[in-house]
Design a protein around this ligand. Structure first.
Ligand code: ADP
Ligand code: MG
Length: 321
């Protein structure tokens, strides 16, 4: 019998999916108490998912558990951090035990995979909203920023682009062949944070960002912060067969170029370290493709296979009027 918020926390949230030795005090007291390894710095990030805004009413709770953690781990990956601890703020309309157990199952599975421990949070009643704060370690000499790309650096992305965007279009009624539906849905609902790749890149990339709002929008953050520009060759954008089919049929590059929610990494490598980077690729854990080059001239220029300039559209902006 669930009598209170405390029962809910104790029974369904507190049992750790993964226990770390660097947690002196976890869930159950007023604060968590933690050890940061000597010589490392803490990288901290937070993301909120709101029902009706970031996910549909009635979304599968297992997927939400996975995705709220995944998007935060993706931010750590973009800095080249090793994830360690997370806190979770849950606002729920009612004490729905079935929903909570399924949410925690999705959350815990990914936490265990990345050896991350849930060390605290808050539970309140209200419209469904989920906030996760993630904490990871970085080597002070080797972490990745957005502001350190240099003219001549090569631009790469991990994985494939546009699958989550295509899944959203399919949800909104766009016809997508049956054979592609499961894989693109998975990309939207259960993104893979590129944590291992981010850690490897920390020693070699000059800058990085994770792709939450779309390549066009997120790369813009890199070039603005780095006070430079970029050239991108759209025919080099890595696409799944599903997205490639869409691009072929419509001539529209906006899915791989500017749709959001892929949670891949976009990063830059100094050209004199290209060979060293490409030597990592066999054990990198996912594909990484060269898509363009950082340039002195500001702005991003997009070229198609014929060398013509194209406009790929913009990423999703929550506050655009
Ligand atoms: P306080 O009233 O001191 O803020 P709470 O009653 O909110 O404490 O929480 C009790 C304990 O449970 C704390 O250790 C808190 O971090 C943890 N906790 C509460 N909600 C969550 C949650 N959603 N996820 C993880 N830990 C939680
Ligand atoms: Mg509280």
């Amino acid at each position: 019998m669930i009598n209170s918020e405390f029962d809910l926390i104790n029974q369904f949230i507190a049992p750790p999916a993964f226990k770390r030795a660097d947690v002196s005090v976890g869930i159950g007291d007023d604060c968590a108490v933690l050890d940061i390894p000597a010589g490392m710095q803490l990288a901290v990030s937070m993301d909120t998912l709101v029902e009706g805004r970031h996910f549909a009413v009635g979304a599968a709770p297992e997927d939400l558990g996975h995705k709220t953690l995944a998007v935060n781990l993706s931010d750590l990956a973009a800095m080249g951090a090793s994830p360690a601890w997370v806190t979770l703020s849950l606002t729920m309309p009612s004490s729905d035990i079935d929903w909570l157990c399924r949410f925690m199952a999705g959350f815990s599975l990914l936490a265990k995979q990345h050896e991350v421990q849930l060390i605290g949070g808050d539970t309140t009643k209200g419209p469904l909203s989920i906030t996760v704060q993630a904490h990871g370690f970085v080597d002070p000499q080797h972490y990745l920023r957005r502001n350190s790309a240099k003219p001549g650096d090569l631009i790469y992305v991990t994985g494939t682009l546009g699958d989550a965007g295509l899944a959203l279009l399919a949800q909104q009624g766009l016809f997508v062949e049956q054979q592609y539906l499961a894989s693109i849905r998975k990309r939207l609902d259960r993104p893979t944070p590129r944590v291992e790749q981010g850690k490897q890149l920390a020693r070699i990339a000059s800058a990085a960002i994770d792709l939450s709002d779309g390549l066009a929008s997120d790369l813009q953050h890199v070039v603005l912060a780095s006070n430079c520009g970029a050239t991108i060759h759209v025919d080099n954008l890595p696409c799944s067969e599903a997205v490639r089919t869409y691009v072929k049929e419509t001539g529209d590059w906006s899915l791989p170029a500017s749709s959001g929610d892929d949670y891949e990494l976009c990063f830059t490598v100094p050209d004199n370290r290209q060979a060293e980077f490409e030597a990592l690729l066999p054990d990198f854990g996912c594909q990484a493709n060269w898509i363009g080059t950082i340039e002195r001239q500001s702005g991003i220029r997009w070229f198609d296979a014929h060398g013509d300039v194209i406009d790929p559209g913009c990423g999703y902006d929550h506050f655009r009027q």
